[in-house]
Design a protein around this ligand. Structure first.
Ligand code: GLN
Length: 281
């Protein structure tokens, strides 16, 4: 079968299975199967696919049709210009999370060569890796309670040659970390079980539950993280954390003893990141 035909068939199959963006998914999975870029697909519409390629493409499409996110099939996701490995052991990094990096870039004192940063619940390592890239002299720590997630984060660090830059810790949030950080950054689990039916089925079914859901209300992890961040931050240090629009008021309330509390909206004008400073006195 020719490439062009395989692509057309895949688009109708995914459409029939109600997969969102069927064309995009069909192209992405064909590129994955053939290990080629998008331009190749358009330059070689008449290229015959081998039996093995067709079998591989069929298997990838079947996975996608049953709801597996494309990133878990291809094993890759881009974040802050970096190609990251992802498996079902880690949350798929989202573009919104890049607002955490932008916020740190705005707040950080560029003249401080000894910046100390900790990323809590690092998952794939996306936030820690982006900050290691942006701040070449900073000391970066990353924690996760899941050993499987930490293994992926370490793999990503090694692939990007940033492994010497990040110290990984398997722990619950910040337990066991020594104080004197300038930044605590995190994209913590913040979805409540009570709002589970508003979460995409694919997320609920395939992404690690503990990375998405915090507990009944969604505040359970943030409630523990805020006081722990207060302990490890230096006076004047910043907490920069991703949140959702549904918990902004409660989060602000939990930060009532902090200074310079501000919400940062994402491109859809939904509050997405909160920043707060540990008071100097
Ligand atoms: N820090 C990772 C991310 O932002 C993982 C977050 C998580 O597992 N809640 O994608």
């Amino acid at each position: 079968m020719q490439l062009k035909q395989a692509l057309t068939d895949a688009v109708s199959r995914l459409t029939g299975e109600n997969v969102p963006s069927p064309r995009l998914n069909a192209e992405l999975l064909l590129r994955f199967t053939l290990d080629c870029d998008r331009a190749y697909l358009f330059a070689h519409p008449e290229r015959e696919l081998t039996a093995d390629e067709l079998t591989g493409y069929d298997a990838a499409l079947a996975e996608r049709a049953r709801g597996v996110p494309a990133q878990y099939i291809t094993g890759h996701q881009e974040f802050w210009g970096m190609d990251l490995i992802v498996t079902p052991a880690v949350l798929i990094p989202r573009p919104e999370t890049e607002h955490v990096i932008e916020t740190v870039l705005q707040l950080a004192d560029k003249t401080n060569d000894n910046l100390r940063v900790v990323d809590v619940g690092t998952g794939s390592g996306c936030i820690a890796l982006a900050l290691a890239k942006e701040f070449p002299s900073a000391e970066i720590h990353a924690t996760d309670i899941s050993p499987d997630a930490l293994e992926i984060a370490r793999t990503n660090a090694a692939r990007l040659q940033l492994d010497k830059r990040i110290q990984f810790h398997q722990t619950d949030l910040l337990l066991g970390l020594q104080p004197q950080f300038d930044f605590v950054v995190s994209n913590p689990p913040y979805v409540g079980e009570c709002e589970a039916d508003q979460v995409q089925l694919e997320v609920r079914k395939f992404e690690p539950r503990t990375a998405v859901f915090a507990g009944a209300t969604g505040l359970e992890v943030i409630e523990r993280l805020i006081p722990q961040a207060h302990v490890v931050l230096d006076p004047g240090g910043w907490l920069v954390m991703e949140i959702s629009g549904t918990i902004t008021d409660q989060t602000k309330n939990l930060l009532r003893d902090w200074s310079d509390v501000e919400l940062i909206a994402d491109l859809q004008s939904i509050p997405r990141v909160v920043r707060a400073r540990k008071s100097r006195c």
